[in-house]
Design a protein around this ligand. Structure first.
Ligand code: PBG
Length: 344
């Protein structure tokens, strides 16, 4: 039986290798490539992070994140409507807290009428079928920019958990669907789960930022939420050391024991090994956050014409699927969803 090689081979008469296996056969046509594709990115995988501003008719670009804007609620509703129309399943909410509301104890975090809770109520009433993800951490609200309470330069754990629980309950009462504690305090998942269940919020899900690293890639986000300038020191006593992998597995194991429904790895692209190991070890819903610095890097290179935007956006997101992620928080969600729609 002659071997039919659809791959362009050497011209007749040229010397041919005697190869039984030619992996290029499975790449020879678009239809073959579609059949053998092992991973696929769909709009169902995407979560769009958004930044909410106080006031009305306000739109502020984030300088270090071209294409990303902070929006007052009226404009945010229109923006989120676009995400809903594209079929994006959920948005992650980040409020921009005015400087005058930031305090040493971050008490605005627990105010049932704070910008976060108002945003939740507005979006829930406008888009009842859209999933809302709420960040739980004190950094937008503290005058020192830390995710927990600080005393004499030390970030307190158990005292912080108490405030985080109150913050979580305020968001749950406002109608949040998924609470996403990003603070990295010990024991906060169990404490939040117990409090939710005690208040009749059994169906509010918890997606823990289980493996969150003390990363340099969060810089543009801190600009966006107006916390960067406030931050005293760094977050290395609670966020993880980028040197560690086993520790990520211990963090994930603890959060699952404490009742996390989904776990998150953050940042994304530099931590694909962690995504892969977490998914393979625990086989639970594993989310990944392609963070602000990753977005900024790609956008900067594309703006210079050094990279092809559409290619690298989809390729970077597909890499998360290959590593084992179930869902991806990404500032590219809307443009990726558009590309996926136009390609279908
Ligand atoms: C707050 C929080 C941060 C991010 C999400 N939630 C910043 C931080 O921990 O300093 C970063 C997201 C991004 O960079 O896109 N705890």
């Amino acid at each position: 039986v002659p071997l039919v090689a659809p791959v362009p081979v050497a011209p007749a008469g040229a010397r041919q290798l005697n190869l039984r296996m030619r992996p290029r056969r499975n790449r020879a046509d678009a239809w073959t490539r579609r059949l053998v594709a092992e991973n696929r990115l769909t709009t169902d995988d995407l979560i769009l992070p958004v930044f909410a501003l106080d006031g009305e008719n306000r739109r502020e670009p984030v300088a270090s994140m071209p294409g990303v804007e902070r929006l007052s609620l009226d404009l945010l509703v229109a923006y989120v409507a676009e995400a809903v129309d594209l079929g994006i399943p959920a948005v992650a909410l980040f409020p921009v807290t005015p400087s005058e509301l930031k305090t040493e104890d971050g008490r605005e975090a627990t105010n049932p009428d704070n910008l976060m809770c108002r945003t939740i109520r507005t979006l829930k009433s406008q888009f009842p079928d859209l999933g809302l993800v709420g960040d739980v951490a004190l950094d937008p609200y503290t005058s020192h920019g830390h995710d927990g309470l600080m005393h004499n330069g030390v970030i307190l754990n158990d005292e912080s958990v108490e405030v985080l629980v109150a913050q979580a309950l305020a968001q749950a009462d406002a109608g949040i669907d998924i609470l996403a504690p990003s603070d990295m305090m010990d024991g906060r998942i169990g404490a939040i789960r117990d409090a939710l269940d005690g208040q009749g919020h059994q169906l509010v899900r918890i997606c823990s930022y289980a493996a969150k690293y003390a990363s340099g890639f969060y810089g543009p986000f801190r600009d966006a939420v107006n916390s960067g300038g406030f931050l005293k020191g760094d977050k290395r006593t609670y966020q993880m050391d980028p040197a560690n992998t086993d520790e990520a597995l211990r963090e994930v194991a603890l959060d699952l024991q404490e009742g996390a429904d989904m776990v998150m790895v953050k940042p994304g692209m530099p931590y694909l090994d962690i995504v892969s190991r977490v998914k393979q070890t625990f086989a639970v819903p594993t989310f990944v956050y392609q963070v602000s610095g990753e977005y900024a890097m790609l956008k900067a290179a594309c703006a210079n014409g050094w990279l092809d935007n559409d290619k690298v956006v989809l390729e970077s997101l597909l890499a998360f699927k290959r590593a084992g992620a179930d869902a991806i928080l990404t500032y590219f969600a809307i443009e990726a969803a558009r590309m996926l729609r136009d390609r279908a």
